[in-house]
Design a protein around this ligand. Structure first.
Ligand code: ADP
Ligand code: MG
Length: 700
């Protein structure tokens, strides 16, 4: 149970003074999600992105030029626009004994100005002060206040991310009210670390951020934010450590093969394994031979050849007379895996079956029976397969492909299924080291660093959509020359339906040029049609496959050597990289055309430039992180990074390492979180909503 001390923080934002239903709705939009309204805690973690210094200067002469200035002055004159020049601004002159400032208003509400700036009165004025023709002027001051109003406003004003309908002043007020609600909590951080870092308590740090006592409290990267970031990282590391401990506790079993199937598979492969693949296979076999459970991540860029490594792992289990499951994130990918692996499995005398939501009736029953009897050694499916309580005769190994598509929660579930099952997760998302740590905790990692030999670099070009006709011409020539083409249609917001409409339209348009050689594939097609579309493309019957991003993950058609990505500016970097990874797999030189609609914003421009410059997934991932760190949100859906509220992977790497060590030590010393600090840590887990981990504690 969540400590009742935290209840006020998990109440809806509308419990704050001055937040009615209307404001509540706007906050929901800004901070809530589909499942819940914005809560007080969401406001706590909605930290200011900066601050404005509104401390007054001693006089107009002292007020900084080119910056936000605040000063007290007497209103001396109103200068309306000259008659007949309605577009000219309305001016108001204010002065003190050291100088004057012209306040400039466009489209002025004159009556309002006469009220707020009465001639002869003193006002405190704040805004950006500039020099214009040697004269001080201020266009549309941010604040015009009398002494009383000035006294009631903070002089260091936090700046927040806003949404339409919530202005800065309202946001400042609400956030301060939320910070007020933050109770003093027992300290969960390690005393000496806290001391060494110079951190204040959680509540003090929150208040310092939302109600900065001085500019230092908000300028640059503040110690208060770092404190909260550390808390967030610590919560996630402790949760991961608990999960990991629970998984290890279910002791594993020793699985040792005799190598005969592995030999047969290697002999049947049309290529020889890379050194990286050999090393990964060796790592995995060693893990499987140990009496502990395996929890290993196989990380390898798109096209690096992870699937065959998975097969070698599963084959070892089969040699020991035990079963494996390979889970794919999509139906298409599950089918493709089953088809690709079938001949190799057959060569080794391995029984392999496909089981997804679409296998129904008698054939499904038959697969289930043969799984229960142990006749089938490898079953390939979507993750739904695992949830439906399939009974195995003797399951030894679960391989999860394209792990980034599965949420942490699914992974937790997987860990709690079946005892003693070894787990291998594979991801093509080249996760920068800092993120790998947070995402996977202390999972063991194997990396496929090199790609199979003989791959040619992909030539990538960015082309304006205005040149669509030329692109169609080039695609036509490529098709005539025997190439196959993926044509990826834009991501229209986060809506599947709109994606589909765009793909449909493009399919018809291209059909006008190329007739039956164009195929269509999208997520809303019935499963059979998807299979047929994919099969026709694999067989080369269709030469151009128009699709939505359903092909993003895993699809492998080596003859496809051209990719067109329409509205490339709408995709995140990670996703562009995944998509492009579909080509460059065969012996032909490949081309990727990024069609964009200008004008490009700086971030979109940077993304396209990086795509042109490199195919190195690690570099792309680092750049992605950097760009998104600069406030870009598009692409987070595909990023595979957990959603941090406060921590920033690109600057808090040092904190992450410390949090990880701290979490390990803590769990070692107090595995049940029973002592005083343990109690405080439970509060921390609830505060950052990592309380799944607490359920594990209870389970044993
Ligand atoms: P990913 O790591 O993206 O899942 P795949 O396992 O789909 O990559 O492999 C990509 C392609 O590379 C497949 O066509 C596969 O047959 C091929 N491949 C895998 N290993 C090698 C190798 N050692 N040499 C040559 N081709 C390979
Ligand atoms: Mg793959």
């Amino acid at each position: 149970m969540r400590p009742s001390l935290l209840d006020p923080l998990f109440a809806p934002a509308t419990t704050l003074p001055g937040v009615g239903p209307k404001l509540g709705k706007l906050l929901d939009k800004l901070l809530g999600d589909e499942t819940q309204p914005a809560r007080v805690v969401d406001l706590l973690f909605h930290l200011p992105t900066g601050a404005i210094d509104r401390r007054p200067s001693a006089s107009i002469a002292d007020a900084p030029i080119g910056d936000i200035a605040t000063f007290s002055a007497r209103v001396t004159e109103h200068r309306p626009a000259p008659p007949g020049k309605a577009k000219a601004p309305y001016r108001v002159i204010v002065e003190d004994e050291t100088g004057d400032v012209t306040l400039v208003f466009f489209h002025a509400d004159v009556r309002h100005l006469l009220q707020t700036l009465p001639v002869g009165e003193f006002r405190i004025i704040s805004g950006k002060l500039e020099l214009w023709d040697g004269m001080r002027q201020m266009v549309h001051p941010d604040r015009i206040m009398d002494a009383r109003a000035f006294a009631s406003l903070p002089s260091i004003e936090p700046v927040y991310g806003l949404t339409e309908g919530i202005g800065p002043r309202v946001m400042t007020r609400i956030a301060a009210a939320a910070a007020e609600k933050c109770p003093d909590l027992a300290e969960w951080q390690d005393r000496s670390f806290l001391h060494k870092s110079g951190f204040a308590s959680f509540a003090e740090a929150i208040r310092a951020l939302h109600h900065p006592p001085d500019l230092r409290a908000v300028e640059g990267d503040t110690i208060a934010r770092r404190r909260i970031a550390y808390d967030e990282l610590l919560a996630s590391q402790i949760a991961l450590a608990l999960v990991r401990r629970q998984q290890k506790k279910a002791a594993g079993r020793v699985t040792i093969g005799d190598g005969r199937m592995l030999e047969a598979i290697e002999a049947a492969l049309p290529f020889s394994l890379t050194n990286g693949q050999r090393q990964a296979v060796a790592d995995i076999h060693l893990d499987m031979e140990k009496p502990e459970r395996m929890l290993r991540l196989l990380q390898g860029d798109v096209g690096s050849g992870k699937t065959v490594v998975a097969l070698m792992a599963m084959a070892a289990a089969a040699e020991a007379g035990r079963q494996s499951v390979l889970m794919a994130p999509t139906e298409i990918l599950a089918r493709q895996h089953a088809e690709r692996l079938a001949p190799l499995a057959e060569a080794a005398g391995l029984k392999l079956a496909l089981l997804t939501g679409r296998e129904k009736g008698a054939s499904r029953r038959q697969v289930l029976e043969r799984l229960a009897s142990g006749e089938i050694a490898i079953v390939v499916g979507t993750h739904a397969l695992f949830q439906e309580g399939v009974v195995f005769h003797d399951l030894a190994l679960a391989v999860v492909d394209e792990q980034h598509r599965f949420g942490v929660h699914q992974r937790l579930m997987l860990g709690s299924k079946g005892e003693a099952v070894d787990i291998l997760v594979m991801t093509a998302t080249p996760i920068p080291r800092t993120l790998a740590l947070t995402w996977f905790g202390d999972m063991d990692v194997s990396v496929l660093a090199e790609k199979p030999a003989g791959r040619k670099p992909i030539s990538t070009r960015a082309i304006s959509l205005e040149r669509y006709d030329e692109v169609v011409g080039a695609v036509g020539r490529a098709v005539e020359a025997g190439a196959q083409v993926y044509w990826v249609c834009p991501l229209v917001q986060e809506s599947d339906t709109l994606d589909v409409a765009a793909a449909q339209e493009r399919f018809e348009e291209l059909g006008g040029h190329f007739g039956a050689r164009v195929g269509l594939l999208h997520g809303q097609m019935p499963g059979r049609d998807k299979d047929a579309a994919m099969a026709a493309f694999v067989a080369g019957e269709t030469r151009i496959l128009v699709s939505t991003t359903v092909i993003e993950v895993g699809v492998d058609v080596p003859n496809a050597s051209v990719m067109v990505i329409e509205h490339a500016e709408r995709f995140g970097l990670a996703q562009l990289h995944q998509l492009r990874g579909r080509i460059g797999r065969g012996s032909a030189a490949s081309t990727c055309l990024l069609l964009y609609k200008g004008p490009l914003g700086p971030v979109a421009e940077a993304r396209l430039t990086i795509m042109r410059e490199t195919e190195d997934g690690f570099r792309i991932a680092e750049e992605d992180l950097r760009l998104r760190g600069e406030g870009e949100v598009l692409g987070t859906r595909q990023s595979g990074s957990p959603d941090w509220r406060v921590a920033r992977p690109e600057v808090d790497g040092d904190l992450l390492a410390a949090a990880r060590d701290d979490a390990r030590l803590l769990i070692e010393r107090d595995p049940h979180l029973a002592d005083e600090r343990g109690e405080a840590v439970r509060t921390l887990l609830y505060l950052f909503e990592r309380d799944v981990a607490i359920r594990l504690l209870r389970a044993g």
